[in-house]
Design a protein around this ligand. Structure first.
Ligand code: NAI
Ligand code: MG
Length: 324
């Protein structure tokens, strides 16, 4: 297997090497292809990502990605949005599962539609007015609902939308209902503002959430707070033949360069890569190593500890080596 490694900017450069080491240990035959993309490269070389870089990525089986700082004034196309679009990664899968240091006990997955909505780039800009088109299609809505309904062990699908205001959300909701009905999956639906409320008030009512691109983006960061930190939330961007794995968090300029970023979100993204690659035992071993690391109190400051990225990485690898 050939894995493109794109650490990107800021803490991406600090947490991705830990996740790569986890993959080196669990996939000894894998080949890693490093690609330097992002805002820091743009500042240095005037290029954030070239067509050649995209060809290299396409030549790999999947991607391990960090995070990229959004440039002020949009001098180039968003790299993560370009990768999601060009590689047709239409499903963004984000599991949220508490650990012993989490402030709340939750266990649910957000399935975020990854190809349309206000992120489709359909914007008309004039000096005094900007129009952003919200594109929602039946095809893409049914596609993400099908992925969500295939979740192993799914108990209930909650369709999150804003159909009381937007026709586009009526289409999304109804497309998801038809897929859930055909699949025999129990479902309910909820307005996004109500979902934001219940995520804090009673997150135990959620099992599997399916929602549109922007709502999924926002609710994911809220859900990260429930489990304790942005530094704990992994994600998979999946299409029919390709996949990209990345932490939910961004480049975190407020802590970048200090060596204190939590690498667990990136490590658990590597775990999702292993699941996607058909290596469930290796994936379980990674989860076990992370659980042990947290349980014994090897924690970065976001979780109230004093350990460094490196301390957590070394401890995860130590436990992983014992389990494999
Ligand atoms: P962020 O997700 O980078 O950070 C939000 C908060 O979470 C900050 O307080 C940060 O210190 C904390 N945090 C994030 N990752 C952490 C980790 N591994 N360990 C401990 N704490 C962590 O969001 P922010 O600051 O709004 O965005 C920073 C930049 O990242 C922006 O330019 C944004 O556009 C970009 N971004 C990129 C993404 C991507 O490439 N996929 C996703 C989200 C944001
Ligand atoms: Mg986000």
């Amino acid at each position: 297997m050939k894995i493109a490694v794109l650490p990107g900017d800021g803490v991406g450069k600090e947490v991705v090497p830990v996740a790569r080491d986890v993959l080196k240990m669990t996939l000894p035959d894998a080949e890693f292809v490093h690609v330097d993309v992002g805002h820091e490269r743009w500042l240095r070389e005037g290029k954030a990502m070239t067509d050649g870089d995209m060809d290299v990525v396409r030549g790999c089986d999947c991607v391990l990605f960090g995070a990229i700082t959004s440039p002020p004034g949009k001098p180039y196309r968003s790299i993560i949005l370009a990768l999601r679009k060009d590689l047709e990664l239409y499903a963004n899968i984000r599991p949220f599962k508490s650990n012993p240091v989490s402030p709340r006990q939750v266990d649910f997955v957000i399935y975020r539609e990854n190809s349309e909505d206000l992120y489709a780039g359909l914007e008309t800009v004039t000096p005094d007015e900007v129009r952003s088109v919200r594109l929602i299609t039946r095809k893409a809505s049914e596609r993400i609902a099908r992925v969500a309904c295939r979740r192993p062990g799914i108990r209930k699908l909650t369709i999150v939308h804003k159909a009381n205001v937007m026709k586009s959300c009526e289409l999304f909701r109804d497309a998801c209902i038809s897929v859930a009905t055909a699949a025999g999956v129990p479902y309910d639906d909820m307005l996004v503002d109500t979902a934001a409320y219940y995520l804090v008030r009673d997150p135990s009512r959620f099992d599997t959430i399916v929602t549109t691109n922007l709502f999924g983006d926002i609710l994911s960061d809220e859900a990260s707070a429930l489990i304790g930190s942005m530094g704990l939330s992994p994600s998979a961007n999946v299409g029919d033949r390709y996949a990209l794995f990345e932490p939910v968090h961004g480049s975190a300029p407020d802590i970048a360069g200090k060596g204190i970023a939590n690498p667990i979100a990136a490590v658990l993204s590597a775990k999702m890569l292993l699941e996607w690659a058909g290596k469930p035992d290796a994936a379980k071993a990674v989860q076990h190593a992370v659980d042990r690391t947290i349980a014994e109190g090897t924690l970065t400051p976001d979780l109230g500890g004093r350990c460094t990225t490196q301390d957590v990485g070394t401890t995860v690898l130590k436990h992983l080596e014992k389990t494999l």
